[in-house]
Ligand binder design. Sequence first.
Ligand code: DAH
Length: 366
Amino acid sequence: MTDITSQTDAALAAIAAAASLEALEAQRLETLGKKGWVSLALKTLGGMSPQERAAAAPAIQSARASIAAALDAKKAALEAAALEEQLARETIDLTLPAPAVPKGSVHPVSQVMDELAEIFADLGFAVATGPEIEDDWHNFTALNMDETHPARAMHDTFYFPDKTADGKDVLLRTHTSPVQIRAMLEQGAPIRIIAPGRVYRSDSDATHTPMFHQVEGLVVDKDIHLGHLKWTLETFFKAFFEREDIVLRLRPSYFPFTEPSVEVDVGYATEGGRRVVGGHGDAPGHAWMELGGSGMVNARVLEFAGLDPKQWQGFAFGLGIDRIAMLKYGMNDLRAFFDGDPRWLMHYGFSPFDQPTLSAGVGARA
Ligand code: DAH
C-alpha cells in the first residue's frame, strides 16, 4: 500500500517536472506503458484470491487513474506551451513593404494587333487566320508564283523535309498573303478581312529576325478600285498614329499577286533622333518611308481562289506589324522585340487594362 502510494507520488512529481513531450512520454512508458510498473501491478491482480484482489485493487486502480489524468493534463499543457512559443516566434511585421511580385505586361506586338483589329473592325473588316505551317500551293502557287517564279527564291523560305499527302511542299509561311487564298476559298465574295500573324524567313540582322509579324488586308467586292485602297490605308494610318496629317505616297511596284502593284510610303520627319510620321515626304526636313506593299488583286489569284474576275475585283495590302509598332512606340532595335528581357517588357509593354478602343484612343498608355 505504502509502496504504491510513494511510487505514485514519485511518478506524479516526475510528470509535473517533465520539461518536454519526450520526457513526458518516458514517464508514460515507465508507468502506464506495457512494461510500466502500474501495468505490471494490475497484472498481479489476476493471480490473487478474491479477498486479496478486493484489498489490493482500489489502490492500484486509483494510482492508474491519477497518473493517467496527470499525463493527459501535462501533455495538454506542454502542447499549448509549444504552440504559444511557435506563435511568438512566427510573427509577421505588417509594417514591412509587400514583397515584389513579378508582373506581366502585354507585348507591343500584341497591343498593336489589338489596335489593328479595333480600327479595321470599325471599317467593317473581320479578322481571319491561317496556319503558320503552310503548303507551297497556298504560300506561292495560288498567289501567282509558280515553281519557276524568281520571287520564290527571294523569300528565303524554311522548308520541312515532309510533304503533304497530296505531294505539296511543306513550309513556314513567308508572308500572311496565303490567308487571302484560304479566306476567299472558305467565304467567297464579297469579303473584307485582315489577317495579322507570324511569318518566317531565313534572315537575321538588326532589322530582320527569322520570325516577324505582318498584317494582310483583303477587300473583294464589285467595282473596287485603287481609290478605295488609298482611302482605306490613309484612314487606317490616321487612326493608328492618332494624327490627321498623315500623307501617303503610292509608288508603282511589282508583286506577283497584285496588278497593278504599289508600295506604300508615309511622310515623316526626324525629331530628336526619332522618326515621327506626318507631313509630306518631299517637304523640307521630311522624307518617305516604306510601310508595305499593296495593289489590286491579280485576276489569276481570284481564279485560284475560285472567284470570277469578271464579276469581282479587290485590293490587298501587307504591312509589317513590328515596323509600325517601332514607329509608333519609338523602339529602334527589332531584335529586342523577341529577347524576352523583362526590363524591356516592363518599359515598352502595356497594362492588360489598357485595351485599345476608338473612343478612349488606340494608343492610350496608363
Ligand atoms: N506578301 C508581301 C510580302 O510579304 C507583302 C504584300 C505586298 C502583301 C502586296 C500584299 C500585297 O497583300 O498586295 O512581301
